[in-house]
Design a protein around this ligand. Structure first.
Ligand code: ACM
Length: 767
């Protein structure tokens, strides 16, 4: 069957009148997410009404019934009751636990007939998933057009079980701290879609976030960060709060996996307990992103005692079998220079520092085993070899996961190119700030956690996959939600649904009901933005065509009269043609009327600017350097005498500092590059740069102001062939944790008619 026609049937069933012609029969059986294994419609319908009762024979199924009764009470206003009287099954929702059935642990069957709904499973988790599926068949999430009881639901038989046992979501709470209320909200929503693991990244260089009673300085010192701009960031979870979250997750059949990152990403620990490092130094919680060179000392016994003490306390909080012990991004110079580490190397016959890490992780695993835990580590730990019982989380692509699985280790796939939801999900030029990268919904959906390089008999070692959210550039709860949804639901389907049952078009057809659920739970989900123009200022000479698209199909509406678009505004269908100055406002709009952010694009007619008439110029630019640390250009005092020199290429203005653990504000400077740029022919040009300001022909073409100087900005200007004044301003500073000298100083250009940018090279710059 052509999957594209499913929504058509869906509409027919929604509008079909029931035989008694009183209320419509709701048929949502084709819009369950993740898509179940088997769905078979049968004759008739079940009416859920105020006399419907839950029928449970066991205490544990009553707990599950009560969980959903509470949910239904909120959405319908009615409190359903539970009975354990099995004589009259009519008008009941039965939760039947068959512990001796040959169902898998997470498997369930839902059967809806005229008389009753029955949900069968071998475990409580299976019953819970059956109930979640049933909930998606009900219309109670529709907040705009509330459907009152009774509901008439299409009769259907569903049999369902997951493809993978690990269907996870990860959250970094170190770079930015997020409240337990926020985490609970996410767990509640993720459980609707049968996500079953929450990987809680609790420790990192930029903050330790969990109370450990034996080491109070981990939180009194390690949870506080002074940012480079003088602001503070802090927060941690008490053990009581952790227990609360774990219990909340348990009710939703989500295992909580703590990550205690070792031996790197550990400077928040060293800030509190510097004796655990190899060096005699004083440390502070890192206020730069990136990789920290100070790590835990592998050669000191105190390190392992500390780790054991922490694990001991963690083991009373996190009851699940897997613990994540990090192991990623470990610079090993300190171990190279440490006497105790070199002695350890000799004593243990270790070949190099990579093998020191293997030794370290093996010792950590031994501690975990004492507490009956299994260790997961990031794929870097494969470098020096791992114990046979170590489990791998593959993030630097799929290679680590492939190697580990082929060697017989269990693996969780989180390759950054598919599973890092802090990456952009649409064009970075249109989307709000994200980390970088590009992972649109389709890429997540079509990801297969079992790469073809894994041998047939080793496929069982792929436990599943997980979506990761690193929070360097996410400050608000809403931003996390924006990055997560709906991509995490694409991953929920990727990990739950059999590959043969998946189809992206069909998933897209289910987005509207998914949005309905997300809106009900007040989730700030992503809506694809109108993409196309890479700058919000489009200069043209005679006329210009401007076209838009979205990452997946959604209607776009626009205005050209300076007002914000709404549902009644003109729909965008074809490229827009402009011959005069216009303020274009365009947004995407979902079927339920919800709109995306509005893009405001200024379209301006300009005559190309004439060149300056100079001919006696030399190649290169004049570089003026003003010593000092400046947050803004306006902070630079013009009384400071700059140091002046000539540079041949723009990139010669690069300054690379040694970044310690903190921003060292000595030795910084502001750089001004002055001269001329030679434009090859008349036309509209786009310029792209991540420097603070770019001035061309005395026009401010690029101006960063508050935005993050990590991602290049673009803008257009009309220029005649010949030489034009050029000025580049570049402040060496740290903004939002990003050190600007991590960028190359560069300027790129393209003609408006071209797609690819070229470097403004040494042949184009003069003074
Ligand atoms: C990682 O992204 N460093 C695991």
């Amino acid at each position: 069957m052509n999957l594209r026609i499913i929504p058509f049937f869906f509409l027919i069933f929604i509008t079909c009148k029931s035989p008694d012609n009183t209320s419509p029969v709701i048929d949502k059986s084709l819009s369950i997410t993740p898509k179940p294994l088997n769905v078979k419609k049968t004759q008739g319908h079940f009416e859920l009404n105020k006399t419907t009762t839950f029928l449970c024979h066991e205490e544990s199924s009553k707990v599950i019934a009560n969980f959903f009764i509470e949910k239904l009470k909120i959405s319908t206003g009615h409190s359903f009751s539970i009975s354990n009287n099995g004589d009259n099954n009519k008008n009941t929702i039965q939760l039947i636990k068959e512990t001796s059935s040959d169902f898998d642990d997470e498997e369930y069957a839902v059967s809806i007939t005229k008389d009753q709904v029955s949900i069968k499973a071998k475990t409580d988790q299976g019953l819970f998933y059956g109930m979640q599926t049933l909930m998606q068949l009900l219309p109670q999430y529709n907040t705009t057009n509330k459907t009152q009881l009774p509901f008439k639901i299409q009769a259907v038989d569903i049999n369902d079980k997951p493809r993978f046992a690990w269907r996870g979501m990860h959250l970094d709470v170190s770079r930015h701290f997020f409240s337990t209320d926020f985490i609970k909200k996410q767990l509640d929503v993720l459980s609707l879609f049968k996500i079953n693991k929450f990987h809680w990244h609790l420790t990192d260089d930029q903050g330790w976030r969990i109370e450990i009673k034996k080491y109070p300085k981990l939180t009194s010192i390690g949870s506080k960060r002074k940012n480079a701009d003088g602001t503070f960031h802090q927060g941690y979870y008490t053990q009581e709060e952790i227990k609360e979250v774990v219990a909340y997750a348990k009710e939703r059949f989500i295992d909580v996996i703590p990550e205690f990152d070792t031996p790197g990403h550990a400077i928040a620990i060293l800030a509190a307990y510097p004796e655990l490092s190899c060096e005699d130094e004083k440390y502070e919680v890192r206020n730069l992103w990136g990789v920290e060179s100070s790590i835990l000392c592998a050669g000191k016994e105190e390190t392992y005692t500390f780790i054991e003490d922490v694990i001991k306390e963690l083991s009373s909080l996190f009851p699940y079998e897997y613990y994540h012990m990090g192991g990623d991004e470990v610079p090993k110079d300190q171990w190279k220079n440490s006497l105790v580490c070199q002695e350890l190397k000799k004593r243990e016959g270790l070949k190099d520092e990579k093998e020191i890490q293997s030794y370290f992780m093996a010792r950590v695993e031994k501690i975990l085993v004492k507490y009956k835990k299994k260790m997961i580590g990031w794929d870097e730990i494969l470098e020096g070899g791992i114990t046979p019982t170590t489990n791998i989380m593959s993030w630097q692509g799929e290679e680590g996961g492939i190697k580990a699985a082929n060697e017989g280790h269990d693996v969780i796939m989180t390759p950054s190119q598919f599973c890092y939801f802090n990456f952009y999900q649409g064009d970075p030029k249109a989307e709000p700030l994200a980390f970088g990268g590009y992972i649109p919904l389709e890429k997540v959906y079509n990801y297969d956690p079992i790469p073809k390089e894994i041998a047939e008999d080793k496929k069982k070692h792929i436990l599943g996959a997980q979506g990761n959210v690193w929070t360097e550039y996410t400050y608000e709860d809403e931003t996390i939600e924006y990055l997560l949804y709906p991509r995490i639901l694409a991953l929920a389907e990727t990990t739950w649904t059999q590959k043969e049952n998946k189809a992206y078009d069909n998933f897209l057809d289910r987005l509207d009901p998914i949005y309905e659920i997300l809106d009900y739970y007040k989730i700030n989900h992503h809506i694809p933005l109108p993409e196309g123009p890479t700058a919000n200022n489009i200069v043209f000479i005679d006329s210009v065509n401007v076209s838009f698209s979205t990452t997946h199909p959604v209607k776009m509406v626009y205005t050209t009269d300076g007002t914000d678009p709404n549902a009644n505004s003109k729909a965008y269908t074809d490229p827009l043609h402009f011959t005069e100055d216009t303020e274009l406002r365009i947004a995407s709009i979902l079927k339920n009327g919800k709109m995306s952010n509005i893009r405001k694009i200024t379209i301006v007619k300009k005559s190309p600017i004439a060149p300056i008439g100079k001919t006696d110029l030399s190649q290169g630019l004049i570089m003026k350097e003003v010593k000092g640390y400046f947050n803004n250009i306006s902070d630079i005092s013009n009384t400071t005498e700059p140091q002046t020199s000539i540079i041949k290429k723009i990139e010669d203005a690069n300054t690379t500092y040694h970044w310690g653990h903190q921003v060292n504000k000595d030795n910084f400077k502001a750089i001004f590059l002055d001269g001329f740029i030679d434009i090859p022919e008349d036309g509209v040009y786009y310029f792209s740069s991540a420097q603070d300001q770019i001035w061309i022909a005395d026009q401010l073409v690029i101006d960063y102001k508050e935005s993050l100087k990590k991602h290049p900005k673009e803008n257009s200007i009309a220029l005649q062939k010949g030489k034009h004044k050029l000025k580049i301003v570049y402040l060496n500073n740290v903004a939002k944790g990003w050190a600007t000298d991590w960028n190359t100083v560069e300027l790129k250009y393209r003609k408006a008619s071209e797609v690819d940018y070229l470097e403004v090279d040494e042949n184009m710059i003069f003074h």
